[in-house]
Design a protein around this ligand. Structure first.
Ligand code: RP5
Length: 177
């Protein structure tokens, strides 16, 4: 595990320091966003998870995003569906990296979510992932990659995760799988 985390003002024992914030617009997004949390667990990255809606709880969003850096977060993963303004509005309030996960919506299969998240105006970036589970999973892996730039132990765990994935791929299809 990572031992220390340098901040502008001090060095904190980071075994228990939350480094990634996983936020979602609704309880209904959890079935997708839990895949991001599963990967963060596998990589040993401390995180917090919150329901924060751009539309239903705008003040909660502003407070969350504006204080994220000072609370020690390094990356925010934001998942939302439909008129998915959460990642973009979060990025408007913070200069931390924001990774957007388009949740698959019932009516438009997440194409609405994807376009809402990806089409940010120049100057306020959101790193947009794929729709649904793959996007949630990759957002966590990307957060791990970002954090690994300054964390050699995490880089080693990330390499091991990839190696295990490679080893798990059969070279021939099976009837049972
Ligand atoms: C968005 O509206 C949420 O991110 C969710 O994906 C979608 C639907 O929310 P619920 O009506 O299921 O709460 O804000």
């Amino acid at each position: 595990m990572n031992k220390t985390l340098s901040t502008s003002s001090d060095v904190i024992q980071s075994d228990f320091v939350v480094r990634v914030g996983v936020i979602m617009g609704s309880q209904s997004d959890w079935q997708t966003m839990k895949h991001a949390c599963d990967i963060l667990d596998e990589l040993g990255i401390p995180y917090e998870k919150r329901i924060v809606s751009a539309h239903r709880t705008p003040d909660r969003l502003a407070e969350y995003a504006r204080t994220a850096r000072s609370r020690g977060l390094n990356v925010i993963i934001a998942g939302a569906g439909g008129a998915a303004h959460l990642p973009g509005m979060c990025a408007a309030w913070t200069t931390l990296p924001v990774l957007g996960v388009p949740v698959e919506s019932r009516t438009l299969k997440g194409q609405d979510s994807l376009l809402s998240i990806v089409q940010m105006p120049g100057g306020v970036p959101v790193g947009t992932l794929a729709i649904g589970k793959a996007g949630a999973k990759n957002a966590a892996l990307l957060a791990g990659s970002i954090l690994s730039l300054h964390d050699k132990e995490l880089a080693t765990r990330l390499e091991a995760w990839r190696a295990a994935q490679t080893a798990s791929v059969a070279d021939r299809p099976s009837e049972e799988a």
